[in-house]
Write a protein that binds this ligand. Structure first.
Ligand SMILES: C[S@@+](CC[C@H](N)C(=O)[O-])C[C@H]1O[C@@H](n2cnc3c(N)ncnc32)[C@H](O)[C@@H]1O
Length: 225
């Protein structure tokens, strides 16, 4: 079930600076979400190198304000304050600077050393790791934040605490190269959710989402039903 809230900050009429649908990262995003085996060691290295090269200009390319809508997602998406947050694909920390004021603790994870090096260590401890296979125990995260970052459904499900929340944020909405719709996210999570055997039937737990827009951004916050 998806609850769509009206935006509090209206969309601007500015044209997006990139056509995300045609960007090569869009196909990588869809494959990561729906075809686990697409994320090979070679692809992981390619992506890490790609962002490593962009790292020196990332903060000029993406203004930190593009991520300010994370606060809207936290507030209106109903993310409980406090708790442990894993931010996967934290980059240079545009979202981290907000998350750290909401959550009790945040760990900023990225596959690119060059990106992570530019994230202020005062924001959060930094962990260089691949989000498809993280060195953390099951159900450790009350919040998993993915801002302009791939979804690895099996790993997210493994790490998320039973009452945890997933924050998905796209800085320029549908034009973001690394973009999935809320429906696609739920579909991808469902494919990896374990079957629960009941007396009468076997039922897959599903997800509920609160979604909205903030300026050019789109966001949704998901939880298990
Ligand atoms: C589009 S950037 C977004 C950075 C930041 N969240 C932002 O919105 O400014 C994607 C980030 O995800 C990181 N990333 C890509 N694949 C990853 C993976 N498998 N594990 C961890 N980080 C990854 C990249 O290195 C990059 O820093």
């Amino acid at each position: 079930m998806i609850t769509e809230l009206p935006p509090v900050v209206p969309s601007s009429s500015e044209s997006p600076y990139i056509d995300g649908a045609a960007h090569p990262m869009r196909a990588v995003t869809t494959e990561a979400a729906f075809q686990e085996t697409s994320w090979t060691t070679q692809r992981a290295k390619h992506v890490a190198d790609f962002f490593g090269e962009m790292a020196p200009v990332w903060n000029q390319r993406i203004s930190p304000e593009e991520l300010d809508g994370i606060l809207d997602a936290l507030e209106r998406g109903g993310v409980p304050k406090g708790g442990r947050c894993l931010e996967i694909g934290a980059g240079t920390g545009h979202a981290t600077r907000h998350l750290r004021h909401w959550c009790e603790s945040v760990i900023a994870i990225d596959i690119s050393e060059e990106m992570l090096r530019r994230l202020d260590p005062a924001f959060a401890p930094r962990v260089l790791a691949d989000g498809s296979r993280l060195p953390f125990p099951d159900a450790i995260a009350d919040v998993i934040a993915l801002a302009n970052m791939f979804l690895f459904p099996a790993e997210v499900i493994r790490l998320l605490a039973p009452n945890g929340r997933i924050i998905w944020y796209n800085g320029i909405g549908e034009h973001t190269p690394i973009h999935l719709s809320t429906e696609e996210i739920i579909q991808a999570l469902d494919q990896h959710s374990p079957k629960i055997a009941t007396l009468a039937s076997s039922k897959t737990p599903t997800w509920q989402a609160i979604a909205s827009r903030w300026s050019q951004a789109t966001w949704c916050v998901l939880r298990r039903t």
